[in-house]
Design a protein around this ligand. Structure first.
Ligand SMILES: Cc1ncc(CO)c(N)n1
Length: 229
């Protein structure tokens, strides 16, 4: 009986624990309409601008990963993730912004919404106080859930070829993005090896909270959330 659990990867446990939340994200009107190509571009523009400032802090999470890495290989990988966030992922946001007539200055000075603040400051708090395993657990839902969305949506050729949203879908559905995600999942499994249950439960909590914040981020964008006062 005891051995039954030995083979289970920690990442499987994380996935199982957050699957329902991820599925609710997939069904959320923001993503359902994005996939169908019917999403109001104004909602997407709002999302892009919030996501841009989100990604600045998200890139810092990888920089923290680099600082906390135990060896040079891991340090290099985290710094590559930081670089690809700043220069590949945010590069696409800059391209989209141009299409919407939003300048780089406007993009960078986007005022973070309440949900964006909650999400990014949660992440940075984990980075400031937590271990490398905690940093990895907190950023993993971001990459992994986007990979899942990207792969799912690229199976729909109309979605993938959509004039406005196709490029976004193709980036998150790309083999390059998938490879980075798999690397992160592998790191999570390695870092979780040998940890005691309370420590694993803490990692699972970060993963779950980040998954909920991912859902909230889609919802925030759909509502084009503003500060109430
Ligand atoms: C909110 C959010 N989570 C994850 C990703 C994927 O990197 C992103 N661009 N934005």
């Amino acid at each position: 009986m005891v051995n039954m659990h030995v083979k289970e990867r920690f990442s499987d446990r994380l996935y199982e624990g957050s699957k329902d939340i991820w599925e609710q994200s997939h069904r959320h009107p923001f993503l359902a309409e994005l996939k169908a190509g019917t999403l109001d571009p104004e909602r997407f523009k709002y999302y892009l601008m919030q996501d841009y400032v989100y990604l600045i802090d998200y890139a810092k999470m990888f920089a923290f990963g680099s600082i906390k890495a135990g060896d040079l290989e891991m340090m290099g990988k985290f710094s590559a993730l930081c670089d690809s966030t700043l220069n590949v992922e945010m590069g696409l946001h800059r391209q989209y912004a141009e299409k919407f007539g939003v300048t780089r200055e406007q993009l960078e000075s986007t005022e973070p919404s309440p949900t964006t603040v909650a999400y990014t400051k949660y992440l940075l708090d984990v980075a400031a106080q937590g271990t490398l395993a905690e940093v990895t657990a907190a950023v993993l839902p971001c990459m992994w859930s986007y990979r899942e969305i990207g792969v799912l949506f690229t199976q729909d050729s109309a979605a993938m070829e959509h004039p406005l949203y196709g490029e976004w879908i193709r980036m998150y559905g790309s083999p390059e993005f998938s490879e980075l995600t798999d690397w992160c999942i592998g790191v999570m499994d390695r870092l979780a090896e040998g940890l005691a249950e309370p420590e694993l439960a803490k990692l699972e909590r970060h993963f779950l909270i980040a998954s909920k914040l991912e859902y909230m981020f889609w919802d925030m964008a759909y509502r084009q959330e503003e500060w109430p006062v």
